[in-house]
Design a protein around this ligand. Sequence first.
Ligand code: PEP
Ligand code: MG
Length: 325
Amino acid sequence: RLKELEPLRDLPAVTSDGMRILLRANIGLLSDVRTAVANGAEGVGLYRTEFPYMARTTFPNREEQASLYRKILEGFPGQPVNIRTLDIGGDKGLPYFSYPHEDNPFLGWRSIRVSLDEEEIFREQLAGILLAAPAGQATIMFPLISCLDEVRRIRSILNSVVAELCRQGHDVCGGLPMGIMVEVPAAVQIIDRLAAEVDYLSIGTNDLIQYLLAADRNNAKVKQYYEPYHPAVLHAIKRVADVGQRMGKKVSVCGEMAADPLNALLLVGMGVREFSLSAPSIPLVKQALRSHSLRLCQAMARKVLAFDTACDIKRYLAKRRKELF
Ligand code: PEP
Ligand code: MG
């Protein structure tokens, strides 16, 4: 089966009626670069930088980070690499960073909240990214955004790090495209205001589903509540896609949900034009896109968005799956 998909590697992801879709890779470690390229990824839509931090015994300084980020960027000449800042907390810890005990770590001190409270660590990472940026097409993305104040504070810190590096004679004055992850329900509610102040949006369905439905993404006991086909999830994604389209801001989906080829068709039908996937999922998703039309995707999305329950949606999609694949 995989051999069969190999010729697809260098073909574009385009629907049978000509809608171009971008398929990028989710990566964490330098070794993921090769797998991403081998599967035909058009750059990186989500580089989870916490993974290299985890594999160490101390915080890396800006030079150490820059040298790693440069290697990643060089793996994708001419293609964007979207570097996400540190996303620790929740279930991801660092062995050398003491973390307070929390009763609800996923509702606690995690992700961008840690970065904004530990500004020196944050500035060091921003400097590392800015120093590496000339090696490729870096963009920079911030996780777990829940309000506009965070975006403004991030921008002011980023500007201040750019100014500091410029003063030191580094060539970083242009700045980088800046995006946010949409993975907290509050961000969906104010998405037009957030979109106005950033360059692009990336929907993190793994966390968005967990927070919309109050169901821990890692807890088997509440697995039936963690429901990607809950109408609340699908309408939230649709809303973000619509606002992005209206405001001319790119919207991608980088959660696991898009790795299923039928889901990818559905999301395209809802207006998503860019995905970031674990690399081995790219060929099958590409094949599905190339075999079906945007019109079909849109008809499927209209139908799905009109249903009232996850159960109805799943019944309909199971039928479509049999017909289409
Ligand atoms: C997500 O939440 O969907 C996401 C892509 O980020 P992570 O899985 O790293 O939390
Ligand atoms: Mg997330």
